[in-house]
Design a protein around this ligand. Structure first.
Ligand code: MG
Ligand code: MG
Length: 258
């Protein structure tokens, strides 16, 4: 069941998603060699609660923390802990909040210190692929158009697309219908309608597409242990052009001044 949102609901979702963007930017200030992933979680949780919102991930199916922090070969769903970031790492931070009954969800993969050029390129391509997908999140297109655009953009550049994990509809719940894969067929799948809200989140690997689920029940890593990148925006389907409800603007400001 896909819930189409009213204009008023979309504005509430924008508030939630802007707060996610602000939280990711706050976390970005602290990303540096020597910092533990648990410290980043503390920063995020405090920031979210100080703004009157609820960290959406905490307690979700038993997830213990406010954000998912996935380093290097970890694709997504990493549990914050005692790991100390080091020079050359990449770190995906995925954050969700709920405020005034509506959810926001967005993710960004950060560089720690000086990152290898091929890894930098992976991050850049994954971010670009997200915006490629968003171009098709417009009324009258099909979900397969979004998925296909992401897949082609990445695969034509030699990267591979994770199959086991996908984006999703979002609204009062973090995960609503439909599923939003990062691979698919042009012209196929759910017809996109005005007011549909979806989280698009390419998870792209430097090596093969295969992943493994760890025994902690959460963390997913690449089978070949090569790096994986993850960027996510929540968008509202509109006529002509998608409305991106989350934002990387605040993150970019922090990164420029670092
Ligand atoms: Mg997310
Ligand atoms: Mg998501």
């Amino acid at each position: 069941m896909i819930y189409l949102k009213t204009d008023e609901e979309i504005e509430k979702m924008r508030v939630a998603n802007r707060l996610v963007g602000a939280t990711l930017a706050e976390v970005a200030k602290f990303i540096a060699p020597g910092v533990t992933t648990l410290h980043l979680d503390k920063i995020a949780e405090e920031f979210i609660r100080d703004h009157g919102a609820i960290p959406l991930f905490k307690g979700y199916q038993g997830f213990p923390n406010a954000i998912c922090v996935s380093v290097n070969e970890n694709v997504v769903h990493g549990i914050p802990g005692s790991y100390c970031l080091k020079d050359g790492d990449i770190v995906s931070v995925d954050c969700g909040v709920k405020i005034n009954e509506y959810c926001g969800d967005s993710a960004y993969t950060f560089e720690v210190g000086e990152v290898a050029p091929e890894t930098k390129k992976l991050l850049q391509t994954t971010k670009e692929a997200l915006y490629e997908g968003i171009k098709y999140a417009v009324e009258g297109k099909r979900l397969g158009d979004v998925s296909h655009a992401i897949q082609i953009y990445c695969e034509s550049r030699g990267y591979s697309v994770v199959r086991e994990l996908v984006g999703h509809g979002i609204g009062k719940k973090m995960h609503e219908d439909p599923e939003v894969p990062n691979y698919g067929k042009k012209g196929y799948g759910t017809l996109l309608k005005n007011g549909m809200c979806i989280a698009i989140e390419p998870m792209i690997n430097l090596g093969s597409k295969n992943v493994k689920f760890e025994k902690d029940g959460w963390t997913v890593h690449t089978k070949d242990r090569k790096p994986s990148a993850h960027f996510e925006h929540t968008v509202a389907v509109r006529p002509g052009k998608a409305d991106i409800l989350s934002t990387f603007e605040l993150i970019d400001q922090i990164l420029q001044n670092k």
